[in-house]
Write a protein that binds this ligand. Structure first.
Ligand SMILES: Nc1ncnc2c1ncn2[C@@H]1O[C@H](COP(=O)(O)OP(=O)(O)OP(=O)(O)O)[C@@H](O)[C@H]1O
Ligand SMILES: [Mg+2]
Length: 193
């Protein structure tokens, strides 16, 4: 089963293919309402209303490289297996908004996975896109955006080798501080991708 980090990576690839220049990802681990929610929004080209009704049908795709699309149907199925919900809204030429929820302590909820690597890679491999990541738990919240990092780096470019290590360490440190669920916390700083 795909973990949540891999699902997020997949959904963000849809936004990138839709030529988004802004992608927002907000995660909320809410122990009070017992809910893990993920919201992803983009300003890409959007989805026509008649297509939107079919994006969660298994095998619907506008890909030319293969005939099946599984990203959204699998995410919806995983949400429903853990008593959660999947909702997608889109406006043509404006963007797409997706929210997916899971019952936090449900046995069938996918693990968060390695969010440090997911966000480290998404940010460093798409330097032209402003990725805005927020993560909230009962202990606090953490925000990071490509724009903040680019501003802090000055003349150094975001896709230089040492930068991913720095970003991953920053994410790992902050996720640990807010006690976010991750199955793997980045610890080996020699492990540069
Ligand atoms: N953010 C988005 N903006 C515009 N179109 C989207 C977006 N997300 C999904 N779509 C449309 O919905 C279709 C189905 O998406 P889905 O992720 O399920 O499959 P896929 O991306 O085609 O293939 P896979 O995810 O298996 O690689 C896409 O082919 C695309 O046409
Ligand atoms: Mg996809």
């Amino acid at each position: 089963m795909k973990d949540l980090g891999l699902h997020i990576y997949d959904v963000v690839q849809n936004s990138i293919r839709a030529e988004a220049s802004e992608i927002g990802i907000s995660i909320n681990e809410d122990t009070i309402s017992n809910m893990y929610s993920i919201q992803i929004q983009d300003n890409g080209k959007g989805i026509e209303p008649k297509k939107l009704n079919h994006v969660t049908d298994a095998f619907y795709t506008t890909r030319k490289t293969r005939k099946v699309g599984l990203g959204l149907p699998l995410l919806k199925q995983n949400a429903e297996l853990s008593n959660g919900q999947f909702e997608i809204k889109s406006t043509l030429n404006k963007g797409t908004w997706l929210t997916v929820t899971f019952e936090l302590d449900h046995l069938d909820r996918p693990y968060a996975g390695d969010l440090v690597t997911t966000f480290g890679l998404l940010i460093t491999t798409n330097p032209e896109i402003n990725i805005n990541y927020s993560h909230k738990t009962t202990y606090g919240e953490f925000h990071l955006s490509t724009k903040n990092i680019t501003d802090a780096l000055g003349n150094i470019t975001i896709n230089q080798p040492g930068v991913i290590t720095m970003i991953k360490e920053l994410i790992a440190y902050n996720l640990e501080k807010i006690k976010a669920e991750t199955t793997k916390i980045y610890s080996d700083s020699s492990n540069v991708i």
